[in-house]
Design a binder for this molecule. Sequence first.
Ligand code: PLP
Length: 448
Amino acid sequence: MTPEKLISIDRDHLIHPVSSWRDQEQFGPRILHSGHGTWLKDIHGKELLDGFSGLWCVNVGYGCKSVVEAATEQMARLPYATGYFGYASEPAITLAGRLAARAPGNLNRIFFSQGGSDAVDSALRFIRFYQHAKGTPERRHVIGLARGYHGSTYTGAGLTALAAFHRDADVPLSWQHHIPSPYAYRHPGDNNDAAVIAASVAALKAKVAELGPDKVAAFFCEPVQGSGGVIVPPKGWLSAMREACRELGILFVADEVITGFGRTGPLFACERENVVPDMMTVAKGLTSGYAPMGAVFLSEDIYTTIRDNTPPGVAVGHGMTYSAHPVSAAIGLAVLDLYEQGVLANGVKAGAHLASRLNTLADHALVGDVRISGMLAGIELVTDKKAKTKPDASLKIASKLARIGYDKGVLFRAFGDDIIGLAPPLCCSVEEIDILCDRLTAVLDTVA
Ligand code: PLP
């Protein structure tokens, strides 16, 4: 089909996720055609360096032969097997075992979902089951962060605190609450690490006191907040929040949908501070975007408490047709092999180079803050560095830069009007990081 015909059908029929429907109809799509390693080609043959791993998911890069072969073999042999009624497939079992062996602490029990949103929604349901099983159903409230993102289901959108997800959506739900994010750059008053951490701990304790100490079930957070603008918390923040949850007697849930699978360095970001959450959600890097899959990791205590409260022969009523899909699981295994065979280590090396290059951008006239954690980076744009003045929102400068980036052959993402984000594939070479940063600088120079 010709590009013109595709664009016309797109405008008339395809609803794009998290997009302006009006802009979509006016401007049409940018249609991608193929990819190899860190590089993409669009339908017109234009080469693009993917500085965002698709949507922070293609960690191992495009066109990995071993992943394609694993998927093809599984699809030919057994394309589908339900997990219902006691059935299972070999790759789903093997993947659960390998993930449990790599998971923090005793997060030994794994439920596979179709992506991150339903992993979060599943975690919220498991929390309800757990509180009922413990005889504390009045513990209903769940607290998240003010710039948190937890997906697009009804419950996930409520736990998310980004305006677009609340507009006309009747969320947050009555049991969902938010405390300020550990956002050092715009933290009021003293913004050293200790002050930012102390403020978060105090805010969590105050919120629990306000809702009632025996009315709160859990605190949810991303170890690094992604869609809220790549907010990298100070070192020590994650362990302090984990400790505060233990003290308050509430569950600590780490949403590692972005940070999981090497994005910040180790396999899971919680490992950076030896944090063991009560539950963990993952997706994206689990299959590196080659097929949809997410997962919820449950601690042994949560799993056995729910199990023991359910009479023999009675189902724990949660699951989907495509839970533990065998093709996705086979892909997950092949991707895990690649992480273990060098992609994680390469991500650490490339991440160090990315940091050294991006830190030099701090002097750029348009740059107020550079935030980096491994292969995850956010650049906050200002018009006055000293006063930290945000650019005029009507100029939509971040989106404008992302469009210029496309023209210059580099993909990165805009958050709101004033933040751009990078999340290159972990397989990136140092030379590709240099190309990425050179092109990004050229893009910023068009506006400065
Ligand atoms: N949680 C976090 C932290 C995410 O970043 C995302 C997606 O970006 C989700 C949940 C939702 O995942 P999905 O888009 O796979 O449903």
